[in-house]
Design a binder for this molecule. Sequence first.
Ligand SMILES: *Cc1c(COP(=O)(O)O)cnc(C)c1O
Length: 381
Amino acid sequence: MKIESLVIHGGKDGDEYTGAVNVPIYQTSTFKQEKLGVNKGYEYSRTGNPTREAVEKLISDLEEGQSGFAFASGMAAITAVLSLFKTGDKIIISNNVYGGTFRVLDKVFNHFNIGYKIVDTSKVQEIRDNIDKDVKAIYIESPTNPLMDITDIKLVSSIAKENNLLTIVDNTFMTPYLQKPLTLGADIVLHSATKYLGGHSDLVAGLVVVNNKDLAEKLHFIQNSTGGVLGPFDSFLLIRGIKTLAVRMDRHTDNAKKIASLLNHRKEIEKVYYPGLEEHIGHEVQKKQASGYGAIISFVINEKYDYKKFIENLKLITFGESLGGVESLICHPASMTHAAIPYEIRQKVGIVDNLIRLSVGIENGDDLIEDLLKALEGSEK
Ligand SMILES: *Cc1c(COP(=O)(O)O)cnc(C)c1O
């Protein structure tokens, strides 16, 4: 089955008992047991719930993995994956990894002496130079947020294998519709399903898929032990969102391509970060490892224009955090998503004050362009 059909019919296709075309919301904490040691496969909803199981099977099918796991947020999913490691272990992470991932490593897992090394994972030599006996995994995002750096997932996975390390990929920005890290050699893929998979800015959820039985058993043990599971109603909403993933991603990407090439030629814009542009440094790798370029665009507004005024001038595009919803969202990384990073480091890596991140929605592309152009034209200093 092709992925456009799999998003609709993958996992559990409807309800086997009634023929309902949707998996019911099993809003229950516990299950009646027939007699000692005999049940219908479910005992308690932290351990397993049929609606959650449906979304877990679905994401596993979409990512072509062995098993899927659903959590109450992307951060709960990431926390579960990081719980695979032990005191003394270190993880190599991408240098502009999601802020919450950095925070949980830096402020929570460091209590357990699980460490990290920050590396520009788009440069493989830097990865090789940082591998030592304590390093147990390479954790990457491709593209990264907000600068859209691309890492060669196949190459990194092969370096990881040579050194007996796990490769973990946060695939939130791409979704399995555009990129399937497990098929490129990664061991674990995870998502903030709050973003494109849910797709409607109406739920918070996280998903993990692993590629082998041993990791699946460990992850299930951690999920059941630590308990950050996704509830039945949110599991249902997530399944509902995923059904339209293919059509949404097509529209997101079409709109983003048009907007990126337009912004790239405007005098008000200094620089555009979008892997779909041929001059983007990661363009060729992205073309090779993914079937599209996604719909996140970052851009630097020229100093002659006032970025605050630009944001205030927008009428259709919403100013707010998050991304991946049907509505276009714009944010200011330096004061919002990346404010926790010290000013000097932000300057050094390129998260300057006049950098803007746009999550292109699925509205009419011309409406979005009109909104952007009017806001830009009215923002001269
Ligand atoms: C939002 C996000 C997360 C965290 O997910 P939550 O659902 O907000 O907990 C992790 N990684 C990336 C790339 C994200 O965009």
